[in-house]
Design a protein around this ligand. Structure first.
Ligand code: AMP
Ligand code: MN
Ligand code: MN
Ligand code: MN
Length: 286
């Protein structure tokens, strides 16, 4: 029998419904072309693209899991929790996501004010042109505007110079609590996954607290092989998954053919000694 780890699953990516540049249909087609066997669309704080993604997956003959990436504030930092395989019609999940999206427009106006102070005018309207979903203005849309207007040559540079902590366009924001995000997902029959743990600027103690509390709230998995991790981080978080008894997930975090380093379905397979998250979700695959 082929071990279930040897599966081209891509369970993390973004469409125009959040801060990606492709439609759910174009992503499904690209996933299929790249050999993806199990796919999930995980837009930020939003499940408005789920029906389209599931239908497009079906049309391509791709297996599909519902998905979302929820913004959480933990120990003063933003942490992302991916939900997989939930019931997208669940009312409490929908309400929780609506509430999490709620502060984004105000935040975007404050970001634009910060940028105006350093001479970058019209950033709110400029970013808005790149937005596919008016409820989901993100830093990525500002980054695209600053590239378009020639302030920076690529989006990573915009983040480094303007959109991260301490920089003119950065606005402190309070997202959902870890408890609430995990509960919304699990009560809707999904599995909660810590997204790209290697990206957070936590001390070892804070990271330990994140994993411990996540597990106590009912979280069951962690991204090990992700477009945000180095090869050393695959090894490190494979160990963490085993230490905490968590299943492992795999996803590119693909946003755009022009911006993303890692394409859909192109990462290495999960290490063989981990439990893949899809083993927990066999009855949720569409
Ligand atoms: P937001 O939810 O509005 O804070 O935006 C977060 C998004 O910004 C992430 O999901 C990434 O798509 C993008 N992002 C964050 N940091 C960077 C970076 N250094 N370079 C490029 N994109 C980034
Ligand atoms: Mn994003
Ligand atoms: Mn993320
Ligand atoms: Mn993401």
């Amino acid at each position: 029998m082929t071990p279930t780890n040897i599966l081209n699953a891509d369970l993390h990516c973004h469409s125009v419904v959040s801060d990606g540049t492709l439609t759910p249909e174009a992503l499904a087609e690209r996933a299929k072309t790249n050999g993806v066997e199990l796919w999930a669309l995980t837009d930020h704080d939003e499940i408005g693209g789920q029906q389209r993604a599931a239908a497009a997956a079906r049309a391509q003959g791709l297996r599909y899991l519902t998905g979302a990436e929820i913004s959480v504030t933990f120990a003063g930092e933003t942490v992302h929790i991916v939900g997989l395989g939930f019931d997208a019609d669940d009312a409490a999940l929908q309400q929780g996501l609506r509430q999490t999206r709620g502060g984004r427009e105000q935040r975007a106006m404050e970001m634009a004010e910060g940028l105006a102070k350093v001479g970058i005018k019209g950033a709110f309207e400029g970013a808005r042109k790149f937005v596919g979903n008016p409820e989901l203005m993100s830093r990525t849309h500002f980054a695209r505007f600053l590239v378009e207007s020639g302030v920076c040559s690529e989006t990573h540079e915009v983040f480094r110079k303007y959109l991260t902590e301490g920089k003119p366009g950065y606005v402190e924001h309070r997202w959902a609590s870890l408890h609430d995000a995990v509960t919304w997902i699990t009560q809707a029959q999904g599995v909660a996954v810590i997204a790209h743990p290697g990206r957070y600027k936590f001390t070892p103690n804070e990271e330990y607290a994140l994993f411990t509390e996540f597990k106590a709230h009912g979280g069951q998995a962690v991204e090990v092989v992700t477009g945000s991790h180095t090869a050393q981080e695959y090894v490190k978080y494979a160990e963490t998954a085993k230490e905490f008894g968590l299943a492992a997930s795999r996803g590119s975090d693909f946003h755009s053919p022009d911006e993303s380093r890692i394409d859909l379905g192109t990462l290495p397979f999960l290490p063989g000694d981990l439990t893949p998250v899809w083993d927990l979700l066999a009855d949720r695959i569409q």
